[in-house]
Write a protein that binds this ligand. Structure first.
Ligand code: SF4
Ligand code: SF4
Length: 577
């Protein structure tokens, strides 16, 4: 159970989550200047998968000219997001290109050569009267705009905004905490676009049907943003909206942690906020929603923090989606001497990039280039001294030390027994570890191993089911073949049985009773033959003899009989038709 922690400046009760750390904030490095406008690079690389879920499907061909804001790849399925051209230009290629992944993976991308003219596509009409419109119509606009969570998780926002009738939402949480050190893009966005954020909150409330409170959680290390938001809320606050200033503590900006700090409610291990009637969105997402709904602008750019003492010029910049990290850094004066690392994200949760020739996607909030002595990662890992500081720092109340030991032993069952998948990879444990053990890397390795094993198991199970289905089919075919042979043999045996009339015609030349009974066609022929014979007999009785059949040879007689039989067959066929 959580204990009350404190009161916010507005007098609201706050709650504490377990653990957390206070790393140096380093936000001032990038907040000295206002957000710089986007520059148009020579080339944009647009991964078809900008988010969690299925890659979008391209709608353009190589050589095609596109306009700024034009839809160039369509969401494929429910968990996917549209992709729009960030500027006008020509599609130069569609194919594999390195993307921002620590392994240096390639992924399918659309390459766009900007023409520098910024010619705009025709945008959809603004929904200024969104409050009078059906929430589904507004949601469709958000889906069209390709908006994903801009806090870093990049989950398609339209899904979070449609939790379904079984999960009624009473509260909206706006995540303005931005707790990760160095990153300041949300802070700068709130300073610049506080009014848009308030518009976004109005829209999100309408789409979700929220009638209860809306809480904006912000850490107390952002005084300028707090002032800007207070002013915007004073002018246009939606009902029951409250700006809640919380103490700076990493990772307060984790979704579950923020909900706990603001409301005291703890989410179950694999629970989502909608299960307790809440939906949480990042401030950048709310501003993107306002742009899409009120201005018809799709998500084609975002604010990125460029920071670290290894960069000539740190700051925040509006960035066209698809800009290469190298181009962006070059535009800002390049690296300082000695830089060897580039991290996408912050120092706690970010991922080291293998190259700067990778594009920035919708979820990219920061590029961090530390100077050689900054964020020193050179200290060698020592042995675990079982000090348990990692467990004290873990906000999810895991036992990081046990996770570490079992991962080292490759005992993946045990690792899961210790709730590996509850780990949010916040890095608090590694941050406090006096032995400098890169704990989070072990957890990522364990998660990947388990996912790989699960995938292999799934494939093996699929192959087994296919094999069994084939075996069953072959056995069925063989059974049916044998049954047919058995029936055929049985019929032959019955036919050949001494004294059996089966299949033999009766004295009048009719098929046997059984045969005639079971075969309606044969019965009809027999009946027609009988009628013909009866007619012949009647004519004979009357002394009428066919003139030309008096003295037939045996061969002629057989021909006549065959002809009569055919005639009788034809007659019976006509009757049956
Ligand atoms: S903090 Fe490091 S040394 Fe201490 S128990 Fe955890 S893993 Fe071991
Ligand atoms: S990285 Fe995982 S185990 Fe370590 S403190 Fe964070 S949640 Fe806990």
């Amino acid at each position: 159970m959580s204990l009350p922690r404190d009161l916010s400046p507005s007098g609201r009760r706050l709650w504490r989550f377990h653990g957390g750390v206070h790393p140096p904030e380093e936000k001032a490095l990038s907040t000295a200047a206002p957000i710089a406008p986007a520059l148009i690079p020579d080339r944009l690389v647009l991964p078809l998968q900008q988010h969690i879920g299925a890659p979008a499907q391209p709608l353009v061909a190589v050589g095609e000219r596109v306009l700024k804001g034009q839809l160039i790849a369509q969401a494929d399925g429910a968990v996917s997001a549209n992709l729009h051209a960030p500027t006008s230009g020509q599609i130069s290629a569609i194919g594999e290109h390195p993307v921002a992944h620590p392994s240096g993976l390639n992924a399918p991308c659309i390459l766009l050569e900007p023409d520098g003219e910024e010619r705009r596509a025709e945008l959809p009409e603004p929904l200024a009267d969104f409050a009078q419109r059906d929430p589904g119509e507004v949601l469709a606009r958000i889906r069209w705009a390709g908006i994903v969570g801009l806090g870093g998780a990049a989950f398609p926002s339209a899904i979070k905004l449609a939790p379904g009738p079984d999960l009624p939402i009473h509260s909206l949480i706006i995540n303005a905490a931005e707790c990760e050190p160095y990153i300041s893009c949300d802070d700068m966005l709130m300073r610049r676009d506080a009014a848009k954020l308030v518009q976004g909150i109005h829209i999100l409330r309408h789409v979700l049907g929220v009638t209860g409170e809306c809480l904006i959680g912000i850490e107390d290390n952002k005084p300028e943003a707090i002032t800007a938001l207070q002013q915007a809320l004073a002018a246009h606050a939606p009902a029951h909206t409250e700006l809640v200033v919380i103490p700076t503590l990493y990772p307060s900006g984790g979704e579950k942690q923020l909900i706990q700090v603001l409301t005291g409610q703890e989410l179950a291990s694999k629970g989502i906020p909608a299960q307790i009637g809440m939906v949480c969105h990042n401030v950048g997402t709310a501003v993107a929603v306002a742009d899409a709904v009120l201005r018809g602008i799709p998500l084609i750019s975002r604010i990125v923090t460029l920071t670290g003492r290894g960069l000539a010029q740190a700051g925040n910049q509006e960035v066209l989606i698809g800009t290469l990290a190298a181009d962006l850094i070059a535009q800002r004066g390049g690296y300082r001497p000695g830089v060897t690392r580039l991290i996408q994200g912050g120092p706690m949760m970010g991922q080291a990039l293998h190259s700067d020739q990778v594009p920035l996607t919708k979820g990219a909030n920061c590029l961090l280039a530390p100077a050689p002595a900054e964020l020193d990662a050179s200290a060698p890992a020592g042995p675990c001294i079982r000090c348990s500081q990692c467990a004290d720092a873990c906000p999810v109340q895991l036992l990081p030390q046990q996770l570490y030991w079992h991962t080292r032993a490759k005992d993946m069952d045990k690792v899961q027994d210790y709730n590996l998948f509850d780990c949010i990879e916040c890095g608090c444990c590694a941050y406090v570890c006096p032995s400098h053990i890169p704990l989070v890397q072990y957890y990522r390795f364990a998660k990947n191993s388990i996912w790989t094993q699960a995938e292999e198991k799934r494939k093996a199970e699929h192959a087994r089911q296919r094999h069994e289905a084939r075996q069953q089919r072959l056995e069925r075919v063989e059974r049916e073949r044998k049954e047919k042979i058995r029936q055929k043999n049985e019929a032959l045996r019955r036919k050949d049985k001494p004294g059996s009339d089966q299949g033999k015609p009766d004295a009048a030349g009719n098929p046997s009773g059984n045969e005639a009974e079971t075969d309606p066609k044969k019965a009809a022929i027999a009946a027609a033959l009988a009628r013909a014979k009866a007619k012949k007999a009647a004519l004979a009785e009357q002394g009428v003899q066919p003139k030309n059949t008096a003295e037939l040879t045996p061969a002629q007689q057989r021909q006549v009989e065959a002809a009569e039989k055919r005639r009788a067959q034809a007659a019976s066929q006509q009757e049956s038709e």
